[in-house]
Design a protein around this ligand. Structure first.
Ligand code: HQG
Length: 181
């Protein structure tokens, strides 16, 4: 579903709305069922994935489904939002020098992903090696011209975040020491 709703829908002939990245859930279902190994998938299975996704990646309303965040292609439009003063970004030790030089960049996605709490950020940052927790001063970032967008489920997005707004998170640092990492 992530592949279809975030990354390469065109490879499978699925058309997503240019504004919000949604499509009729029936169109998604038919696209999935065309793949022989997924032919058994039913509407209820999609509903279950939406409901049980640990990070609440998808939204299904009024017969349409979309990925809330994480897109690599297709620039989804979001409403501007007022984030909390601090947001978190989990990354890995190897990426740190580059981030401290250029700030946070979207890399392979359309936006930089930030979160209100450290849990979600830890999951993201731990995927590629030793976790490093950064915190973003959103007040400073807004002064620098950064616009924040709310994607739901405590996830915030930005085009980029200048390096002077990013610092190592003391809160998360303590948690990591407690865990013996
Ligand atoms: C890093 C997953 C070098 C950044 C997650 C990250 C999230 C830089 C990687 C969501 C950099 C990009 C997004 C710079 C950023 N130099 N490295 N200037 N700026 N980076 O996967 O935020 O499971 O595209 O720290 O949990 O890790 O797919 O972004 O390590 O929610 O639903 O470049 O995707 O959710 O990696 O993850 P990603 P992300 P899902």
């Amino acid at each position: 579903m992530s592949k279809l709703l975030r990354h390469t829908p065109e490879e499978y002939g699925l058309a997503l709305d240019a504004e919000d990245g949604s499509c009729p859930v029936n169109a998604l279902l038919q696209t999935i069922q065309k793949q022989p190994r997924w032919a058994w998938v039913r509407h209820e299975d999609i509903e279950q994935v939406v409901r049980q996704s640990d990070k609440q990646r998808y939204e299904l309303t009024q017969g349409r489904i979309k990925a809330r965040y994480g897109h690599s292609k297709g620039k989804i439009r979001y409403e501007k939002g007022e984030p909390p003063a601090i947001l978190f970004h989990g990354t890995n030790r190897q990426a740190l020098p580059s981030i401290m030089e250029t700030g946070l960049l979207p890399m392979g996605r359309q936006y930089v992903h930030l979160s209100e709490g450290t849990h979600f950020a830890s999951l993201a940052g731990s995927r590629r090696g030793a976790l490093v927790m950064l915190q973003v001063d959103t007040i400073l970032a807004k002064q620098a011209g950064v616009v924040f967008y709310y994607a739901g489920n405590e996830v915030w997005l930005a085009e980029s975040v200048p390096r002077q707004c990013c610092s190592l998170s003391a809160i998360a640092g303590k948690e990591m020491l407690k865990d013996g990492k």
